[in-house]
Ligand binder design. Structure first.
Ligand SMILES: [Zn+2]
Length: 407
């Protein structure tokens, strides 16, 4: 029997069930939300990821999930606010290193759950997820760690903050295959990589692959990226082992904040684009108590999670809304297998996304696509940019440089 909070979600139209479901007799107690930074689904499917595969076997893996934005701040904030970039307005570039407006004041997932009495534990690895911008809102603990010590730090937080008799929200954000790409020795051996590419501070810097002057640099970056995905999966296994006693009572969602270009269309990184390697991210869910459609937006995560937890809150984006992504005025909309793209000063175009594909020949968008865009824009009027600038601490700005945000 599905658990459905009809009072809150009304008579919304159910999306076409496409995947297996695990039914629930009662709401889940806890939420475990895992974000692997910069992780594109087509590459994750090629990497050695037994931990993620096991999660998918227990639950569901969405064929085509999109992040609401294509870099960390809009990707994560849209997911926490349950609001598309267009409607919350935070659509700035990462090039403005260090000076940003804070996130919009609408409630974020952790704030809603904290108000319901949840213990809220957040461990993250990306300096952009800064308290100064408001990413800590609603978290009892919001702390930057590294992937290598994530499990150890989680163990400490579980010991001090987990409510054994109450409800809990754990957010784990791994930096994963974000630049610099430094696969482990085991992965260098397993994939037959040339170790000298990865000998820089923390690994191979993305600038080397972006410039592409050295023969083989881009291939080495993409291969190293695969290796780091496997390493991240192993680190995730350590955290999930600690959470194992609580899994039966929990909803687990694993996703990413955006993907990465690895040489497609001649570009590397996550710059000002909405190409499919950037919008398409993993989405694995266990214990939701409902079937997921074949495509969804990570921005629907708060609505999905609250439904499974039996927490009443009206999140702007629901599962049945059309799937969109936005980056500094570049906009993309997914309708079935058709991806429509609008770029400033360019004619709109659509590509067909066959299963596993990244899109092919450009065609004019269909009439249905244009209608869907008009309906989306009507439902979500464009917001003004949030006002006021916050300066990130110098130390944080230095950490951002290491990640390749400036060169
Ligand atoms: Zn990111």
């Amino acid at each position: 029997m599905f658990f459905m909070l009809t009072a809150c979600f009304g008579s919304v139209q159910e999306p076409e069930p496409a995947l297996e479901t695990t039914s629930r007799a009662e709401p889940a107690k806890n939420l475990i939300l895992i974000v692997l930074d910069t992780t594109r689904e087509d590459m994750l499917l090629q990497a050695a990821t037994p931990t993620i595969d096991a999660l998918a076997d227990q639950g569901q893996r969405v064929e085509r999930a999109w992040s609401g934005g294509t870099w960390t701040v809009p990707g994560v904030s849209s997911m926490m606010l349950g609001t598309p970039v267009r409607a919350h307005g935070w659509d700035l570039g990462s090039g403005r290193l260090g000076r940003y407006p804070p996130l919009p004041s609408e409630p974020m997932l952790a704030e809603v759950l904290q108000a319901e009495g949840f213990a809220t534990i957040g461990l993250h690895t990306n300096p952009y997820l800064a308290e100064e911008l408001g990413f800590d809102r609603g978290f009892d603990v919001w702390r930057r760690v590294s992937d290598a010590i994530m499990a150890r730090e989680l163990e400490k937080e579980l010991a001090t903050h987990w409510k054994a008799d109450g409800r809990n929200f754990v957010y784990l954000h791994y930096i994963g295959p974000h630049s610099p790409v430094g696969p482990s020795e085991a992965q260098i051996l397993a994939l037959g990589l040339e170790p000298s590419w990865y000998e820089g501070r923390g690994g191979m810097e993305i600038g080397v692959a972006k410039r592409g002057r050295l023969p083989g640099a881009r291939e080495a970056y993409a291969q190293g990226y695969l290796g780091v995905l496997a390493d991240t999966d192993a680190r995730l296994a350590e955290a999930l082992a600690l959470l194992e006693p609580y899994m039966a009572d929990s909803v687990v969602i694993l996703t990413s904040d955006h993907g990465e270009m690895l040489g497609e269309q001649g570009v590397v990184g996550h710059g000002t684009w909405v190409h499919e390697p950037l919008t398409w991210v993993p989405y694995v869910a266990v214990g939701l108590g409902r079937s997921l459609p074949q495509s969804l937006s990570t921005t629907a995560t708060p609505a999905l999670a609250c439904e499974a937890l039996g927490v009443a809150h009206e999140w702007p984006v629901q599962l049945e809304d059309v799937v969109t992504s936005q980056r500094e005025g570049h906009f993309a909309l997914l309708l079935g297998q058709e991806k429509g793209v609008w770029e400033p000063g360019e004619p709109a175009y659509a590509v067909s996304l066959q299963k596993g594909g990244l899109g092919g020949v450009h065609q004019p968008p269909s009439a249905e696509m244009l209608e869907a865009k008009a309906a989306f824009e009507k439902k979500f009027p464009a917001a003004a940019l949030p006002l006021g600038l916050v300066e990130l601490p110098v130390e944080t700005q230095e950490q951002l440089k290491v990640l390749g945000y400036t060169e």
